[in-house]
Design a protein around this ligand. Structure first.
Ligand code: ADP
Ligand code: MG
Length: 210
């Protein structure tokens, strides 16, 4: 598959399935360093998105339209810190995806825009133990893959693998943003739930295109 409108829909559907499958795991991670609602929050949002996709009467014209639907749905249903964050990320990504099919450079632009939206909204930097620590290495890997001449699927695969590693790399970090920061040193030794969900979302993106 190419990174086209059908892929964008398949990506959102696969993410919904993955989030449902990993709901308990995300919630457990959030119970360790937060308030234990991250799995529930995202599952509520992506379940709502599935319903919105089912209601579509015609195929969206651009990848961006799919992302915009994701953005508005997640923003109004997820709640917590992650709802507005992912909502803003997809809204920004939509603007970089105003096309029926993403080129490798468009894939990089989508990830860069999503990360830009997250930083604008959450004001977190790398190393503060948030989802930024998954998106940032994902962007770096995507850029490197694109520069090396990879196709859109390979760029997404590089981003997904780097996000998974980035999520693992949050384990030793001390949280200084979000709810987990209330724990101080006790946040160390646990994977950040938002970085873990980002890894799932980007894994879905790569899985559905390849
Ligand atoms: P809440 O913390 O309100 O319960 P969630 O549990 O849904 O919201 O999401 C928690 C995740 O949100 C964290 O694991 C972290 O990755 C992310 N997060 C929280 N604050 C920020 C921030 N300022 N910038 C980026 N990500 C953040
Ligand atoms: Mg929470």
């Amino acid at each position: 598959m190419t990174a086209d409108v059908r892929w964008a829909i398949a990506w959102m559907r696969d993410t919904a399935a993955k989030i449902a499958e990993h709901k308990a795991e995300l919630t457990t991670l959030d119970r360790e360093i937060g308030d234990g609602d991250h799995g529930e929050n995202l599952n509520r949002g992506f379940t709502a998105l599935l319903a919105k996709l089912d209601e579509l009467t015609s195929e969206p014209a651009t990848v961006g339209e799919v992302f915009k639907l994701a953005a508005t749905t997640l923003m109004s249903t997820v709640g917590g810190a992650s709802g507005p964050l992912y909502g803003t990320a997809f809204l920004r990504a939509a603007k970089a995806a105003d096309t029926p099919e993403l080129t490798p450079a468009d894939v990089v632009a989508v990830i860069e825009s999503a990360l830009g939206g997250l930083v604008l909204r959450g004001k977190a930097a790398v190393g503060e133990k948030t989802m930024i620590d998954a998106w940032t290495p994902a962007l770096e890997a995507a850029k490197a893959a694109e520069a090396a001449g990879s196709d859109a699927g390979e760029v997404l695969r590089a981003a997904a693998d780097a996000a998974a590693q980035g999520a693992l790399d949050t384990i030793p970090l001390k949280a200084t943003k979000g709810r987990a920061s209330y724990l101080g040193d006790r946040s160390m030794g646990h994977k950040d739930p938002g970085a873990a969900s980002t890894a799932l979302i980007l894994e879905s993106a790569a899985h559905t295109v390849n």
